[in-house]
Design a protein around this ligand. Structure first.
Ligand code: SF4
Ligand code: SF4
Length: 68
């Protein structure tokens, strides 16, 4: 279970400090989510915080890391 950041990312940096498990980092071109860390904010917030703050809807569910 994880979210990913797609090519809509404009590198605004808003999502990085919002992640409760520090899964988000600035990648070489756009921000990235470590799927081994992302918990979809379960146990922390009612909704994924990265998606909630992203101005371009770049944070979306990762089909390669579905909920188990
Ligand atoms: S969904 Fe939550 S835990 Fe996963 S990267 Fe976004 S803010 Fe972090
Ligand atoms: S909030 Fe969205 S646009 Fe901003 S750095 Fe994160 S993924 Fe990129």
């Amino acid at each position: 279970m994880a979210f990913l950041i797609n090519e809509e990312c404009i590198n605004c940096g808003a999502c990085e400090p919002e992640c409760p498990v520090e899964a988000i980092t600035a990648g070489e071109e756009i921000y990235e989510i470590d799927p081994s860390k992302c918990v979809e904010c379960e146990g922390h917030y009612d909704e994924p915080q990265c998606a909630a703050v992203c101005p371009t809807d770049a944070c979306v569910p990762d089909p390669d890391h579905p909920k188990s």
